[in-house]
Each structure stands twice: as C-alpha cells, then as structure tokens.
Write a protein that binds this ligand. Structure first.
Ligand SMILES: *[C@@H]1O[C@H](CO)[C@@H](O)[C@H](O)[C@H]1NC(C)=O
Length: 201
C-alpha cells in the first residue's frame, strides 16, 4: 500500500513536470502597437551592438545599444537592453548593427528589458504611417482598444475602439499598422488614420 502511494505520488509529480514542460512556451495576449506603447515605460530607437550571452539559462541576454531617439520615458542615455535567454521564456533576438524601434519596460534597478510580447521592429521595416503614429499614440492612452474576433462586436462604451483586424476578410493589419485610437473633441475615442506621406509646404 505504501509503495503504491509512493508510486502514485511519483506519477503525479511526473505529470506535473509534464504540464510544466507543456506550459513552457511564450504566449502573449494580442496587443495593438498603441497598447504596447502605452503600457511601456520606455519607447526608443536604438542601434544594436554587441551581445553578451553567458549561456546560463536563468540569466538574461544583454544587448549593447546606441540610443538614437526617445519617444517615451526618461531622457536618459540607455546603453543596454536585456531579454530572456530563450524564446520559450519570451526572449527576443535582435540583429547587430540594426536600428530598432523598441518598446520596453524599466526595471526598478534602472535596467531596460524587452520580451517578445513587447514591440520590436527594425526601424527601416516600418512604414511612414507607423512612424508618424508614434507621435499620436500617447494622445489615446486613456482610450481602450478591444479586439473583436467575430461579428457582431460588442460596443462597450465611448472610450473603446474596436480592433477588427482579426475578422475574416478584413485587410490584414489595417488598424494595427495604419491607425491610432485617439480621443476626439466630443470626448469619445475613435480610430485616427496616420499620415501616409510627409505634409508638403
Ligand atoms: C481600416 O480600418 C478603418 C478603421 O476601422 C476603416 O474605416 C477602414 O475601412 C479600414 N480599411 C480597410 C482597407 O479595411
């Protein structure tokens, strides 16, 4: 009887480990780039330099960066950004000598951290519209972007923009790439279309 108890405990333990292994993957809730912007402490562009990876699974990887512009957060010259060492732990891989737009979190010790649930894209891969929206995002940080996966989308108030990019047949990435959810003069929130080219004159 005793050994059966031990055996079953071992089994339970093994199952638990199995589950832990099974959940050992990075999952992120869908977030519009504006939400990521609003929830980030620091939004910058920076050129990526040397990477320092101790090969220790528990230690974050350190990327040296050369900051080029601050969109949000303290006007401080950050010299490095940290990320988890594996993609399963939501670590990101950045390319050397590439300038990125990075939306990151500031840890209490003053270091900068980024995960694959945050926003990181090479600057040159962004469209003119995406870049221009960076100046609009803050204006809508007290609006709410709610994803809508099937029709009819629930309308849950005047402070909400419905994010319909997931609906079948909708132009892929339309609101994600071309729109910000901003507060209008009548105090409601609505999608604002970013500029597609520099204003002339
Ligand atoms: C993109 O989204 C906006 C805002 O919801 C919408 O008015 C527009 O029709 C959409 N455009 C396309 C091509 O789906």
């Amino acid at each position: 009887m005793m050994s059966w108890t031990v055996a079953s405990s071992v089994l339970v333990l093994l199952c638990w480990w199995g589950l832990q292994e099974g959940t050992h993957a990075c999952t992120c809730l869908p977030r519009h780039p504006q939400e990521i912007f609003c929830q980030s402490d620091v939004v910058i562009t920076a050129k990526v330099g040397k990477v320092k990876d101790d090969g220790d699974f528990d230690q974050p990887i350190k990327y040296d960066i050369e900051l080029t512009r601050t969109f949000k957060g303290p006007e401080r010259l950050f010299h490095a950004i940290y990320t988890a060492s594996s993609s399963a732990a939501c670590g990101v891989i950045l390319s050397k000598d590439t300038e990125y737009l990075l939306m990151a979190r500031l840890h209490p010790d003053g270091t900068l951290h980024i995960s694959s649930c945050d926003f990181y894209q090479p600057w040159r891969a962004l469209t003119y519209t995406q870049k221009s929206l960076l100046d609009r995002y803050q204006q809508g940080c007290n609006c709410k972007i709610e994803p809508c996966y099937s029709l009819p989308c629930d309308v849950s108030g005047p402070n909400v923009c419905r994010w319909t990019d997931f609906l079948p047949g909708v132009h892929r990435g339309n609101q994600t790439q071309n729109y910000a959810c901003v507060r209008r003069r009548d105090d409601t929130c609505a999608w604002y279309k970013g500029r597609t080219s520099p204003v002339k004159g």
